[in-house]
Structure formats: structure tokens, C-alpha cells
Write a protein that binds this ligand. Structure first.
Ligand code: CA
Length: 523
């Protein structure tokens, strides 16, 4: 359990009381306000993170748009959930609702508040032991960023080389969707914008651009005091056939950020297989998101059949460790770019509970997308997977900047109801995160797949300093009787079981349908 955390969920009253008393001893030291950074508490890679779209999260001024002050007001609840870090989707000024096209890397979007609000939020988060990492979007800027409006003026502009230009028709014909014309320009010259004409790609071959990005990174780490970055589109800075340059750039950025002497954490968005991801972890990014893991978990629950998840993950971790011993793996179910998991699972609550149990018992840094813990639903387009968080009708923090299609009080019970209900998905998430914080086997332990001999059962163990947890997930709709070898191992103490009423059957050697259990053994 983290210092400064007072869980509302107690599994074992005696232990809970003991931990609470120990925590009290630490409060004067670990809860004192830190001006910059979470200098105490667990390593930044040994926490559970919560991804927040500020716009949809919590409003403080009644305009229906989520803002930084609104987030500050909700930090207490985030802490109570057991969360040790938050990832804020972009907070910089931008012309779009999603803000992945930045016009000023040193500011806060006026809808979200001021830099003063941001600094206050940071201080309040740190005082609760919550780290804050921000989305840093540097593959491209907005086409309204002053660098680009300057660059678009002509070939002799000093900002011209900040972007990528060509009039080579061969290049343009090969990727016509990525080359765009400045409005009114009839010269035939085009600029590169991989995602969209409104997001011109920066030219990382230009040393001046690389220096600007390092300066931005230092500003947020040193002057503002954030705890790190989520690096958007980390795989796309250089073209597909020039990937080594991407790896080299992130090593260069890492070295520059290490130079600040700050404790910080960087996680990159690299959609790709483990072999694509591994080189990014070698002295570059601390972690990358494990997209494949989320896809696999969803597939397994959709079909009720394991696809050797545990041994696949062990293999992935082996590949990463060969690239860099100090690697971290950022695990998640879905994020702001993907259909929400509750929609992928057709609203099947018990499958969503097993997905959460899997995520929060596996090794890695779990990231939970806001609203996932409520069972919020959502399908493309993107706006509809980023719908307002459901606090409950009477909470003034409720945002309303867009009309929700998938997650409304009619389809999803809001937080105000779920936090009082021990049977709720929210309560389940909270219980799991506290379990993860309480037993170091989860955040720091080794990971060993166990051959269950049954495609319906995922089994693995996690060990740390004389303790081992045995984790079992029945992903099918049928009861499973584990093979005798595994049954013998179930002699440990059941520290977690979901649904809770299937606990007795585990003692009898039966794992009920869509049931997760954790047994703890001391050796
Ligand atoms: Ca607002």
C-alpha cells in the first residue's frame, strides 16, 4: 500500500488496521507538500496510472467543459481508488477538442484554466502521492502553431526547416494522403502531415527542432515539475524505412531529460509487435504501451478461450529485457483511441470484471482509461469514446461539452451510485488496485506462467521476497477443475476472489465461470 493512501476497501480487518497504523507513522514525512515532483513513495513505474481526458473529466466553473481546477477537486477520489499516477491527455492550447495539435507547448488551453491552476493541481496531486505525467505531442504541431505559420511564408523563412517539404512528384504520388498544400500556394510545393493536413510533421533531422523539443521537456520537468511524459506517436518521427533514427532520437531526448537530475518517467506510444517496441526501450523510453496485450485480453474474453496469454507475455518481457534490463511495460485494456472495453465485451459485466482482474494482477504498469472503472461504453468516432465522465446528475463537476451517445445515466451507473455499492465495477477496480498496492508481488514481483492444461484457465504466479501469489482466471462460461498439480498449489490463503461468493468452491477445487482468484503462499 502506498503512503498517504487510506483505502475504503478492507479485505482483512486486522491487517487493514495494522497497515493503517503504520501509515499514520509515515504521514508527517511522506504527505508533506512537495514543490516539485513526487520525491517519496514507490518508484514511478510501480504504480497504477489513470488516463484522463481533462475536457470530459470534471468541470469547476459551470461551462460544461472539464478543466484543471475541476480535476484538482477530484484528486481525493482518485487517491482513494488507489491510483498512484495520472496521465493527462494534451493540456496545451490547440484549436481542436482533442488537443493533439498543439499551438503552444508552454501554455495551458484557456478552456482548461491557467498555468497557475496547473501548478496548484500538481502540488495537490503530489501532496497525495500522485505522480502527474502529461501527453507530449511532438511528432507534429498544429498548422496554426507560430512555427508553421512562419514556415508557410516561404522558402527563405528561418522556420522553413522545422517542417518537411517537397515538390518531388514521385514522393507525393507514393503517399498522396500525407502531402498537403498550404492554402493559396500554387508553387507545387507540399508539406508532410502524416495524420492530417492540420498537423504538419516536425522535421527531426533539423538540430534546431530537436533542441526546441528538449527545451520543452526541460521546461515541464524543471520549471513546472511534472513527473514525466506520455509520448504521442513516438514511432512516426522519422519515416517507416528509417526507424533507427527514431530510436536514436529518443535516446538523445532521454539523455537530455536525465540531465535535469529529476525523477521522471516516459512512456511511448508505439503501436507494434514486441520486436518493433524493444529497440525503443534500449536506453530510450522507460516504457512503451503494450497494445498487443489489450487486444489479446479482449479476444480471450470474447471467445472464452486462452491464447497462451501468460507464456506470450513472458516471451515479450524476455525480448524487452534483452533490449534493456531496466525496461518497464505499460499495460492497459483500451485507451482514448480505441472502442471502450465494455463495448468490445458487449456490455457483459462479468467479462469486464475478469478483464480488470487480469490487468491488475499481471506484471507491468497498469493504465486505466477514465470511466473504464464505471463500465463506460463508447465506439468510434473518437468523440464517442471520450464522453463525459459520469459523476451523477447532481454533481456540479459533471461535464456536458458534448452529448453522450454510449455512456449516459441510462446505460451506465454513475460514480455516485457505484462508490456506495460493493457489487459495482468501480468497487471491484478499487479493491484490485488496493490489492496491488498492498502486496509487493504485484508491482515488484517476478512473473511465471503456469501451464494449466486447460484453455479455459489462465494461471501464473508472482513472487517477491519469500511470498508468492498464485493467480487464476477462468475466462470461460463453464466451471473448471484445475489439474491436480495446480490444485495442490491452491493450498494458499485466498486473498482475492471475484465473484466473492465463489470463494468456497475454490477451496473445493473448482473455479467457477468467469472467476478470478488470488491465493497467497509464504515460503
Ligand atoms: Ca470548465
Amino acid at each position: 500500500m502506498e503512503p498517504c493512501t487510506h483505502p475504503r476497501v478492507g479485505f482483512q480487518p486486522t491487517r487493514g488496521l495494522f497497515v493503517f497504523l503504520i501509515a499514520l507513522l509515515f504521514i508527517p514525512v511522506s504527505c508533506q507538500r512537495q514543490r516539485t515532483g513526487v520525491s517519496s513513495g514507490p518508484d514511478l513505474t510501480q504504480r497504477t496510472y489513470y488516463e484522463i481526458f481533462v475536457q470530459s473529466f470534471a468541470d469547476s466553473d459551470g461551462d460544461g467543459i472539464g478543466d484543471i481546477q475541476g480535476l484538482t477537486n477530484k484528486l481525493e477520489g482518485i487517491r482513494d481508488m488507489g491510483i498512484g499516477g495520472i496521465w493527462l491527455m494534451p493540456v496545451h492550447p490547440s484549436p481542436s477538442y482533442h488537443k493533439y495539435d498543439v499551438t503552444d507547448y508552454y501554455g495551458i488551453h484557456p478552456d482548461y484554466g491557467t498555468m497557475e491552476d496547473f501548478r496548484e493541481m500538481l502540488e495537490e496531486a503530489h501532496s497525495r502521492g500522485i505522480a502527474v505525467i502529461i501527453d507530449l505531442v511532438v511528432n507534429h504541431t498544429s498548422d496554426r502553431h507560430p512555427w508553421f505559420t512562419e514556415a508557410a511564408r516561404g522558402a527563405d523563412n528561418p522556420y522553413r526547416d522545422h517542417y518537411v517539404w517537397t515538390e518531388d512528384t514521385n514522393l507525393i504520388t507514393r503517399e498522396p494522403e500525407h502531402w498537403h498544400t498550404v492554402p493559396g500556394d500554387t508553387s507545387g510545393l507540399k508539406y508532410y502531415g502524416f495524420f492530417w493536413h492540420g498537423m504538419p510533421d516536425l522535421n527531426f533531422s533539423h538540430p534546431g527542432v530537436r533542441e526546441e523539443i528538449k527545451k520543452i521537456g526541460r521546461f515541464w520537468l524543471e520549471d513546472v515539475g511534472v513527473d514525466g511524459f506520455r509520448l504521442d506517436a513516438a514511432h512516426y518521427l522519422f519515416p517507416e524505412d528509417d526507424k533507427e533514427k527514431n530510436h536514436a532520437w529518443w535516446r538523445e531526448f532521454r539523455e537530455a531529460m536525465d540531465g535535469t537530475g529529476r525523477r521522471y518517467f516516459m512512456v511511448g506510444e508505439v503501436w507494434g509487435s514486441r520486436n518493433i517496441i524493444a529497440p525503443y526501450l534500449s536506453k530510450g523510453l522507460h516504457a512503451c504501451f503494450n497494445f498487443d496485450l489489450g487486444f489479446r485480453i479482449i479476444h480471450i474474453l470474447q471467445h472464452g478461450k486462452d491464447t497462451d496469454l501468460a507464456s506470450w507475455l513472458a516471451g515479450t518481457r524476455e525480448v524487452y529485457s534483452q533490449a534493456d534490463n531496466g525496461y518497464a511495460d505499460a499495460i492497459f485494456l483500451t485507451n482514448h483511441d480505441q472502442e471502450r472495453i465494455m463495448s468490445r465485451l458487449d456490455g457483459n459485466l462479468q467479462k469486464a470484471r475478469v478483464a480488470a482482474s487480469l490487468l491488475l494482477t499481471l506484471p507491468g504498469i497498469p493504465f486505466i482509461y477514465y470511466g473504464e472503472e464505471l463500465g463506460m461504453r463508447g465506439k468510434k468516432p473518437d468523440e464517442q469514446i471520450r464522453e463525459p465522465y459520469l459523476w451523477g446528475d447532481n454533481d456540479p463537476a459533471q461535464t456536458s461539452w458534448e452529448e453522450a451517445v454510449y455512456s449516459t445515466p441510462a446505460t451506465v451507473a454513475p460514480l455516485v451510485l457505484q462508490e456506495k455499492d460493493e457489487a459495482s465495477l468501480y468497487y471491484h477496480y478499487q479493491k484490485l488496485i488496493h490489492l496491488r498496492n498492498e502486496y509487493p508481488e504485484f508491482n515488484s514481483g517476478t512473473f511465471t506462467p503456469i501451464e494449466s492444461g486447460d484453455q479455459r484457465l489462465i494461471a501464473f504466479s508472482r513472487s517477491h521476497e519469500g511470498h508468492r501469489v498464485l493467480v487464476l482466471h477462468n475466462v470461460s462460461q463453464e466451471p473448471v477443475i484445475p489439474v491436480s498439480e495446480l490444485a495442490q498449489m491452491t493450498s494458499g490463503k485466498v486473498i482475492f476472489c471475484d465473484p466473492p461468493d465463489s470463494r468456497d468452491q475454490i477451496r473445493d477445487g473448482v473455479i467457477q465461470p468467469l472467476t478470478s482468484a488470488v491465493l497467497r503462499i509464504t515460503y
